[in-house]
Design a protein around this ligand. Structure first.
Ligand SMILES: Cc1cc2nc3c(=O)[nH]c(=O)nc-3n(C[C@H](O)[C@H](O)[C@H](O)COP(=O)(O)O)c2cc1C
Length: 198
């Protein structure tokens, strides 16, 4: 079947677009408001987009607290959502007032960063500190909400020591969670190697 991706997806129970482009890594973004309130929220319009230097993006559908914070401070931290942090990540998706500390709401601990004034999630097995380079306005959505892509350079990286095996980050043990469509998620349980052709 063909369907209109931006319309009602006639004949389907729900729009399947996010289920098609899956899995998407979760950008669990911590930021700090101009008045010092720590914020935490998941963004699945998110990815690592370049190396040398490493750069990340996340896109906000409508301007939300994370966006206002990074506009004001130019900084955020990406935190890895491992399977044991799934419920905490979900709690941090609640639409709450900007002056609510979402680390407390999610039930996670703050740990200091080295290059930004934004805490990482202490329980996260990996975290990347980011400084914003660009805000790219995207098309507004059908309800007139402003969509914006935030692009940043990664300035410092953190890995919990027990996730380093033989000098490599142990993806199998980290059990990263990713976003599918609908209310579905996936977890990395199987890792295999494939050599590139010469
Ligand atoms: C797994 C997951 C992925 C999400 N991805 C996005 C996203 O890519 N863009 C977005 O605007 N909202 C996304 N949301 C919704 C935001 O997390 C939610 O609106 C949150 O309240 C925003 O928090 P903030 O206002 O503190 O930034 C996602 C929610 C979940 C649970």
């Amino acid at each position: 079947m063909f369907f209109d991706p931006n319309g009602k997806a006639e004949g389907l129970a729900h729009n399947p677009m996010k289920a098609l482009v899956a899995p998407r890594p979760i950008g669990w973004i911590s930021s700090v408001s101009p008045t010092g309130t720590a914020n935490l929220a998941p963004y699945s319009f998110f990815n690592l987009i370049a190396d040398r230097p490493f750069m990340m993006m996340f896109a906000t559908s409508g301007h939300k607290d994370s966006f206002f914070n990074v506009v004001a401070t130019g900084e955020f931290v990406w935190n890895l959502v491992s399977h044991d942090l799934l419920e905490a990540m979900n709690r941090s998706a609640a639409n709450v007032d900007a002056n609510v500390d979402e680390f407390e709401l999610a039930g996670v601990t703050k740990a200091p960063s080295e290059t930004v004034n934004v805490p990482r999630v202490a329980e996260a097995k990996a975290a990347l500190e980011c400084k914003v380079d660009q805000f790219i306005p995207l098309k507004s959505d059908t309800e007139g909400r402003h969509n914006t892509m935030v692009i940043a350079t990664v300035t410092r990286a953190f890995i919990q020591d027990d996730l380093i095996r033989n000098g490599r980050f142990d993806n199998q043990s980290a059990r990263a969670v990713s976003r599918l469509g609908y209310m579905d998620y996936a977890v990395i349980d199987t890792v295999f190697e494939l050599d590139r052709p010469d």
